[in-house]
Design a protein around this ligand. Structure first.
Ligand code: SF4
Ligand code: SF4
Ligand code: SF4
Length: 210
């Protein structure tokens, strides 16, 4: 098996956050860390109509959503920086996992990950992140987020297969540049997708208890 990856179809995602909830549920996580989180990107303006001040007209108003988790990167900055070696990348599947027994909750992984994917739970000072639901994969089941999405906007598979079927897009505002870590992520961009973060603002901030 080669590197596993997620496919995220931002063009049909409705931002319902069922994927976030399913992930927290399967991992039995309390308030705080979200191994999968949905970024909302919003932009445009409403302006007073010059011909009728009682009316407003919209200029370039848009919103779209991008569901993000750990991207099990080709060059995982989290693995490189972890001082106790608890963050590791599986040589066969490419899945990046954190050994919670060994994790000391220093937060170096959160600080260095451009996606802010590993998030610290203050009550036990451990970094929680997506492990690709490898227990479910071993039981021949889909990852919980993929199985739950009501729009079927999420999928998974070998990175090379997903790219062959869908192209190789993995950059879009408000995500960080893919150049740093080489995310195992394939995006179908929303029809109003922007590449520049200054074209809008994100309404969904990362949650960290640090
Ligand atoms: S569950 Fe599907 S539609 Fe809902 S936010 Fe997640 S990816 Fe988007
Ligand atoms: S997305 Fe972040 S946490 Fe996941 S492998 Fe890449 S650098 Fe590590
Ligand atoms: S694969 Fe599992 S752990 Fe990863 S984001 Fe989806 S539900 Fe969460």
């Amino acid at each position: 098996m080669g590197q596993l990856a997620f496919f995220v179809n931002s063009d049909i995602c409705i931002g319902c956050k069922c994927c976030e909830a399913a992930c927290k549920d399967i991992k039995d996580l309390p308030l705080g860390p979200r191994p999968r989180f949905v970024r909302d990107f919003v932009g445009g303006e409403w302006k007073v109509d010059v011909t009728d001040p009682t009316l407003y007209r919209q200029e370039g108003v848009f919103i779209y959503h991008v569901s993000v988790s750990c991207n099990h990167c080709a060059n995982p900055a989290c693995v490189a920086i972890c001082p106790v070696g608890s963050m590791t990348k599986d040589p066969e599947t490419g899945i990046v996992s954190n050994d919670l027994e060994a994790c000391i909750g220093c937060g170096s992984c959160y600080d260095t990950c451009p996606y802010k994917a590993p998030q610290i739970l203050e009550s036990d000072m451990k970094a929680y992140k997506c492990d690709f639901c490898k227990d479910l994969l071993e039981a021949d089941e889909k990852p919980a987020c993929v199985a739950t999405c009501p729009m079927r906007a999420l999928d998974y598979g070998e990175h090379s297969d997903l790219m062959a079927a869908n192209g190789d897009a993995c950059d879009v505002a408000p995500l960080p540049s893919s150049e740093e870590t080489g995310p195992s992520l394939v995006l179908k961009l929303h029809r109003e997708a922007k590449m520049d973060k200054s074209d809008g603002y994100s309404t969904s901030l990362y949650v960290s208890d640090r």
